[in-house]
Design a binder for this molecule. Structure first.
Ligand code: ZN
Length: 324
C-alpha cells in the first residue's frame, strides 16, 4: 500500500479537481447550473481576492474533488478575446444513454445546442451556457472511476445527473511546449490525436486536457464566458509540495500555498499561458458547513468575517429557484 502511494506521487497529479470559469450575472448562473443542469450549489462564497464578487461552486451532492465547476460572476466584464493561452470549453460527464434526455431538457429551456458528435470515441453534446461559456456533455466511451453521490434537491433524476468534470479544451500557440510540460512534469499521458486536437489524460482518473494548436491566431484574454483556470488534484499537502517543487524546477513560477479552507491551492501558468492550479483533495466543503446544508448561506474566510455586513450589502441577492 505504501509503495503504491509513493508511486502515485511520483506519477504526477491525479486528474481534474475543479474548473473555474467567468460568468455574467450570478442569478442567471445559478438558474442554469443548479436549475437546468441540476447540479448542487455546494458552496456560496466570495472571490477571496475580490470579495464584492461571489464564488459559486456546483458539484455532486457531496462536492467530491473532480465534480466541481465554479464561477466568478463578473457581470461587468467584456466577453473574452478568443485566442491561444485560454481554456475555452468545459466538459461534464453524463451517464451512458442520457444524451437524448439532455438534448430534450436543454431544448425545453432554449439552450443553444450543437449536433451530437463523436470525439475520441465519446458521444458529445456541445452547448452554450447563458453567458457564452462552451460546455460539452459527454457520454464517455470508457467511464472513468470517480466518487459520485446523486443530489436529491434538483429536478434531474439520479440516473441522468451530471457526474462530474470530464475535461477541458485549451488553445495553444505551440502545443509542443505544453505537451512536454504536462507529460514530463504533471504526469499526463498522451491519449491520442483527432481533428487537430491532441488529448492528454490519466489512466484511472477523470480529467482530459484537449489541446488545439492555433499558431496563426492571436493571444486570448479572459472575459465573461471563458474558463479562468483548471485545477488538478493532489492527494494532500505533501503531494502538493512535491508537485510544486517539480513545477518550479521546470522553470515555472508557482505561487506559495494558499489556504482556500476547502482545499489548499498553488497556481502557475503552463508554458502556453493557461492558468493551472494544484488543489488538495481535502478537507472538503463540509469543513465549515453542515453537509446537509451546503451552499445555503454565504460562507466567508475568517479574515473577511468582520466585513460581512458590507459584503452582504454589495452582493446581489441570490435565490435558488426550482425548475421542472
Ligand atoms: Zn481554483
Amino acid at each position: 500500500m505504501a509503495a503504491q502511494y509513493y508511486l502515485t506521487h511520483m506519477d504526477g497529479v491525479n486528474g481534474l479537481h475543479h474548473i473555474t470559469a467567468i460568468a455574467g450575472p450570478a442569478q442567471e448562473n445559478l438558474d442554469f447550473y443548479a436549475g437546468v443542469l441540476g447540479m448542487r450549489l455546494v458552496k456560496k462564497s466570495v472571490n477571496q481576492d475580490d470579495p464584492g464578487t461571489y464564488h459559486l461552486f456546483y458539484a455532486d451532492a457531496e462536492g467530491h474533488p473532480g465534480s466541481d465547476l465554479t464561477f466568478f460572476p463578473w457581470a461587468e466584464m467584456a466577453p473574452p478575446r478568443i485566442g491561444y493561452g485560454l481554456a475555452l470549453e468545459a466538459a461534464l460527464e453524463v451517464p451512458a444513454g442520457s444524451l437524448d434526455f439532455w438534448g430534450s431538457r436543454l431544448q425545453k429551456y432554449g439552450v443553444p445546442l450543437g449536433a451530437v458528435e463523436q470525439r475520441f470515441g465519446d458521444r458529445v453534446l456541445p452547448l452554450v451556457d447563458p453567458h457564452g461559456l462552451k460546455v460539452a456533455l459527454v457520454e464517455p466511451r470508457v467511464t472513468p472511476q470517480r466518487a459520485f453521490t446523486p443530489w436529491d434537491g434538483g429536478s434531474v433524476p439520479h440516473e441522468r445527473q451530471v457526474r462530474g468534470l470530464y475535461g477541458a479544451q485549451v488553445w495553444e500557440h505551440e502545443a509542443e511546449m505544453t505537451e512536454t510540460f504536462v507529460t514530463d512534469v504533471l504526469g499526463f499521458e498522451r491519449l491520442g490525436e483527432e481533428n487537430g486536437v491532441i488529448r492528454y489524460g490519466f489512466e484511472g482518473s477523470a480529467g482530459v486536457l484537449d489541446v488545439r494548436e492555433t499558431p496563426e491566431g492571436r493571444r486570448g484574454a479572459w472575459g465573461v464566458g471563458c474558463i479562468h483556470h483548471l485545477a488538478w488534484r493532489v492527494d494532500d499537502e505533501e503531494h502538493q509540495h512535491e508537485m510544486r517543487s517539480r513545477v518550479e524546477a521546470s522553470g515555472h513560477h508557482p505561487t506559495p500555498v494558499i489556504d482556500r479552507f476547502w482545499f489548499k491551492s498553488v497556481y502557475f501558468k503552463e508554458p502556453g499561458g493557461v492558468l493551472f492550479e494544484l488543489a488538495t483533495d481535502g478537507p472538503g466543503f463540509a469543513v465549515d458547513e453542515d453537509a446537509a446544508h451546503l451552499g445555503e448561506t454565504l460562507v466567508l474566510p475568517p479574515w473577511l468575517e468582520p466585513a460581512r455586513p458590507r459584503i452582504e450589502e454589495v452582493l446581489p441577492p441570490l435565490k435558488l429557484h426550482q425548475v421542472a
